[in-house]
Design a protein around this ligand. Structure first.
Ligand code: AP5
Length: 209
């Protein structure tokens, strides 16, 4: 099953994807994670996108589409995948429709106050990408990853100015995809406000239907 996770920054897409991939046994492909991995490894791609990401802007479509096309050609996607953070523009959605058929687009719905609360309290482990929240999902020891013992970091784009910009970009470039996919008939709204486990349950029951 090929699934797209759509929704504003901080709605919990990455958190739920980590649970959903276990339930469906398909890979979780996050464009944000791939870009962050490239930045961490100092690749040419990482150097090109670092400033754009830190400010909360979007990486140009041609770069992102090429990267996703390449990732979706790998063998592990043969029985499906969870695409998180792509498409984010109408141009990306049109490119995706030429690459593969999408079975379901899960639209995470969450109010802005809670989005800002989630983003400003998010912390992560740089090497594993494991996601925490200082209030709702804290590590066992403050500031330290539970498994690797490494210090947790705050993403550059989780600083207040970048959060504001990401929300503006989401409304302008990504929100139109809700209408785009609703018209195609494969969009399902998901209330992202309950716990990650409850969001997972509502997704699994929606997918069964
Ligand atoms: P990306 O990494 O995709 O960021 P995003 O879409 O903005 O999403 P986030 O990772 O911020 O949030 P999330 O919904 O995954 O929430 P999370 O689970 O972490 O993209 C980053 C950047 O890369 C972009 O700005 C852009 O520059 C570039 N980029 C990526 N894709 C691109 C594309 N297609 N085109 C162009 N540019 C692209 O949760 C957030 C917090 O909430 C955590 O602390 C978590 O613990 C907490 N939380 C999660 N769920 C719950 C819950 N149910 N209850 C309580 N707390 C919760």
């Amino acid at each position: 099953m090929n699934i797209v996770l759509l929704g504003p920054p901080g709605a919990g897409k990455g958190t739920v994807a980590a649970l959903l991939k276990g339930a469906l046994e398909v890979p979780h492909i996050s464009t944000g994670d791939i870009f962050r991995e490239n930045i961490k490894n100092g690749t040419e791609l990482g150097k090109r996108v670092q400033g754009i990401m830190a400010s909360g802007g979007l990486v140009p479509d041609e770069i992102t589409i090429e990267m996703v096309k390449d990732r979706l050609s790998k063998d592990d996607t043969a029985s499906g995948y969870i695409l998180d953070g792509f498409p984010r523009t109408i141009g990306q959605a049109e490119a995706l429709s030429g690459i593969d058929d999408i079975d379901a687009v899960l639209n995470f719905v969450l109010d802005e106050e809670e989005i800002v609360r989630r983003l400003s309290g998010r912390r992560l482990c740089k090497s594993t990408g494991r996601i925490y929240h200082i209030v709702s999902n804290p590590p066992k020891v403050e500031g330290i990853d539970d498994e690797t013992g490494e210090p947790l970091i705050q993403r550059d784009d989780d600083k207040p100015e970048a959060i504001r910009h990401r929300l503006e970009v989401y409304k302008k470039d990504t929100e139109p995809l809700i209408v785009y996919y609703r018209e195609k008939g494969n969009l399902v709204d998901i209330d992202a406000s309950p716990s990650p486990e409850d969001v997972l349950k509502s997704i699994l029951s929606a997918l069964k239907k």
